[in-house]
Ligand binder design. Structure first.
Ligand code: PLP
Length: 384
């Protein structure tokens, strides 16, 4: 019989194999100082490119005060227990109502984390006859949610609407054959690696021809896209066609938590059935209070988003004019594509690390040779 641990230690995985050089450097680094575009790394001043603090809220004085006041008043424990049991409060419900109104939806449900929340949303929505059609470059939380799905799943080539339609045709045929089930399409508002927006408008238009529900993970679009900052759906004029809008608080809100918004009855169904919330303690009050303050600032200060975009445009135009390949981003996420393999990319990041911390380093996993390695920058506004 094999020893599981022995097998694991023979192969630390695609990045783990570089851990001796990577650890404390581009993996598990320790950045010190206030969250900002300039921080300290190993005692040196460095420029930071890789935070998702898009609107600079992490260190906004009003946010810091709300976080501190929340902790002072309630501590981290309150309210104890899961929402459904003993962990609910008026402020949790207020945050849900404000998020729903901001996203032009009837209702919203809070989630403790984006990753966990998305895994569990997929689980709660789909049963074994349902078919999930999803983008090939979906975030790990979507991929891992699919692992819980007992039914079929059809992947379409990244942002390829024609292929999406093909998969919808297959899914429709399968459901007709089964005589049961429905279709859930899952994509993202902004793909966090390459920075391209999901083709929400085109995918939503397929609703005229096929019957499906659309779930969008807009982690990187929330607060950065759309006239009011409501995200990629608003930007593309199809917010009303997104059946379930999902985002995390970990990016523009510079916090912890997430939410899903949609029609009241469906959100209520989710609320009463989603395992990641029913079997977990609710968000602590300081986070709820801090997130209310962040949402208020995000809604009332369009200039934060404008500044973010002006930084992003400058960065993207500057990189392009100097011959860098930044791919097809149409968001503030700015990848810089480099040619080479994992060892070259590792060496390059080690070199960069001396001056700039920290470009994010994404590498394709073994077997995925189509995707080049790239470095990625997140311009953000941090002038406090
Ligand atoms: C597209 C996307 N979805 C979900 C998540 C997970 O969010 P959280 O950090 O709240 O778990 C992320 C964060 O990396 C993300 O980029």
């Amino acid at each position: 019989m094999a020893d599981i641990f022995e097998r694991l230690l023979k192969n630390y995985g695609p990045l783990g194999q570089y851990r001796e050089r990577a650890h404390g450097y581009f993996a598990f680094p320790k950045l010190e100082g206030d969250i900002s575009s300039r921080m300290k790394f190993r005692g040196k001043d460095v420029i930071v490119w890789s935070l998702n603090n898009y609107l600079g809220l992490a260190n906004h004085p009003e946010v810091r005060k709300a976080d501190a006041d929340g902790a002072q008043q309630y501590g981290l424990a309150y309210p104890m227990g899961a929402r459904m049991m003993s962990g609910n409060s008026n402020l949790h419900e207020q945050l849900e109502a404000e998020l729903a109104a901001f996203e032009q939806k009837e209702d919203a449900a809070l989630l403790n984390y984006g990753y966990q929340g998305m895994v569990s949303i997929i689980d709660v929505l789909c049963s074994r006859h349902d078919v999930i059609v999803y983008d090939a470059e979906s975030h790990a939380c979507i991929i891992d949610g699919l692992r819980l799905h007992p039914g079929h799943r059809y992947v379409f080539k990244h942002n390829d609407v024609e292929d999406c339609e093909k998969q919808l045709e297959r899914a429709t045929a399968l459901i007709e054959k089964q005589g049961a089930g429905g279709i859930l399409v899952i994509t993202e508002g902004v793909f966090g690696m390459a920075g391209d927006q999901g083709k929400l408008k085109e995918i939503a238009a397929l609703k005229d021809k096929y019957q499906f529900r659309l779930l969008v993970d807009d982690a990187h679009g929330f607060g950065t896209l759309g006239k009011t900052g409501a995200g990629a759906g608003e930007e593309q004029g199809v917010q009303h066609k997104i059946d379930l809008y999902f985002s995390t608080f970990a990016k523009s809100m510079a916090s912890i938590g997430a939410f899903v918004a949609g029609d009241r009855k469906i959100i209520d169904y989710i609320r009463y059935n989603i395992r990641s919330q029913i079997f977990a303690k609710s968000l602590p009050m300081p986070l709820v209070i801090g997130n209310l303050k962040r949402l208020e600032l995000l809604r009332n200060h369009p200039e934060y988003k404008e500044k973010l975009w002006s930084n992003a445009r400058k960065l993207q135009e500057g990189l392009k004019s100097r011959g860098f390949d930044i791919g097809t981003t149409d968001s503030v996420v700015t990848p810089v594509y480099m040619k080479g393999d994992v060892p070259e990319a590792t060496a390059m990041v080690m070199d960069f690390g001396r001056k700039l911390w920290h470009f994010r380093f994404n590498c394709s996993l073994p077997g995925n040779t189509e995707r080049p390695h790239y470095l990625q920058a997140y311009p953000f506004y941090c002038s406090y």
